[in-house]
Design a protein around this ligand. Structure first.
Ligand SMILES: Nc1ncnc2c1ncn2[C@@H]1O[C@H](COP(=O)(O)O)[C@@H](OP(=O)(O)O)[C@H]1O
Ligand SMILES: [Mg+2]
Length: 359
């Protein structure tokens, strides 16, 4: 007997049950799966956070979707970078010193961009390994949902999904490249970057310039929204190098290519890779080669490496070794990046840094 004389209509009960089933389906089909998985998030000191090994959808992720989320993450992170710079309250701190004794700086722009970028990627792909330059504060989590829309320019170039095992993927986030220049208000050098590596090989990269709102992306064997220039000067190249972590790069460049070589000091590894490409942004200088001789971290270079690789170019250590984007955070052997040039011939021309003491 229904209490207090309330009669239950069979139709009402059926509609109620159907609604209940719908809610349950929604819960288990991933809408909240990302949310719940965030509570299992582990955060490592000094940056980096690991997710569970298998993806929610049976152990694979779609690289085309990862590209869409990576572009969105770079843009959203860039919005934070711009907002903080425009507020002029950077809360600049030092994380310590680099091996060469330069200040390793961090600002609110780095931290807030990192938070947006990390949680956007982590919510969309809870099972993949994400390595990021800044510390992820597990007590300050944010759920940023992706609307599952893949932009038209990506759909046009990458016409089919590309599934890979989630456990083969490593994502590298640089929430603010060229922090030193950011603190000096040299805005053109600043980028946000995302890279996806599969089995350590860089397969997709995004480099976003928040102050000119330009974004370059490319996927190996997929497509791109950026291309190489039509010609490069191999004989007396214009060489773009670091302005704040230069080491002996000038000496190495002049010794290898002669005194006629033009050296362009610039901030940011993302900016320097874009200098090799056909980029419409007016604030972007152009170069034929990018050389770096000091230690550098993988989040600084992975996106550029993926874009160059997708466009037929190369980024290797100075002795020509490919860089593996798993395991340790940094690389020791310097960098040589080129496109539409004989990369191996360039490697042979360069001096052995260990022998010449130019490291
Ligand atoms: N010797 C070194 N040690 C640590 N980081 C280095 C480095 N040389 C370059 N980097 C990092 O690589 C990026 C590009 O450097 P540069 O502008 O000098 O070419 C910067 O990243 P962040 O700005 O993301 O920290 C910089 O901190
Ligand atoms: Mg960087």
């Amino acid at each position: 007997m229904a209490p207090m004389g309330i009669r239950l209509s069979p139709l009402g009960v059926a509609v109620f049950c159907l609604l209940g089933l719908g809610v349950l389906y929604h819960l288990y089909s991933g809408f909240l799966a990302g949310r719940f998985s965030l509570f299992g998030l582990s955060s490592e000191p000094g940056g980096g956070a690991a997710g569970p090994a298998a993806a929610a959808d049976g152990g694979t992720v779609d690289l085309r979707e990862m590209l869409a989320v990576s572009v969105l993450a770079a843009v959203r992170g860039g919005d934070e970078v711009r907002r903080v710079r425009e507020s002029n309250v950077l809360h600049e701190k030092s994380k310590g010193k680099t091996r060469e004794g330069a200040e390793d700086k961090m600002t609110s722009g780095d931290v807030l961009s990192n938070r947006k970028m990390f949680y956007l990627l982590k919510t969309a792909f809870p099972s993949v390994q994400i390595n990021t330059e800044e510390h992820v504060d597990a007590a300050d989590q944010e759920v940023i949902l992706w609307d599952h829309k893949i932009p038209e320019d990506i759909l046009k170039e990458v016409t089919t999904p590309k599934e890979v095992p989630a456990e083969s993927v490593t994502v590298w986030i640089d929430p603010l490249d060229a922090t030193q220049e950011y603190t000096e208000d040299l805005r053109k050098y600043v980028t946000t970057m995302v890279c996806v590596a599969v089995n350590g090989k860089p397969v997709l990269g995004v480099i976003h310039k928040p102050f000119s709102e330009y974004t370059a992306w490319a996927m190996v064997d997929g497509g791109s929204n950026v291309k190489a220039r039509s010609s490069y000067n191999e004989k007396t190249p214009r060489i773009v190098v670091s302005r704040s972590h230069s080491g002996m790069v000038r000496q190495v460049a002049l010794q290898t290519f002669g005194n006629q070589t033009t050296i362009i000091p610039a901030g940011g590894a993302g900016y320097k890779v874009l200098a090799l490409l056909d980029v419409p942004d007016k604030s972007q200088e152009k170069a034929d080669l990018y050389i770096h001789v000091t230690y550098i971290k993988k989040w600084d270079i992975c996106a550029g490496n993926a874009i160059l690789k997708a466009l037929g170019g190369h980024m290797t250590t100075l002795s020509g070794e490919e860089i593996s984007y798993t395991g340790s955070d940094g690389i020791e052997g310097g960098l040589l990046a080129s496109i539409r040039m004989n990369h191996q011939a360039l490697v042979r021309k360069l001096p052995d840094l260990e022998k010449t003491g130019h490291k």
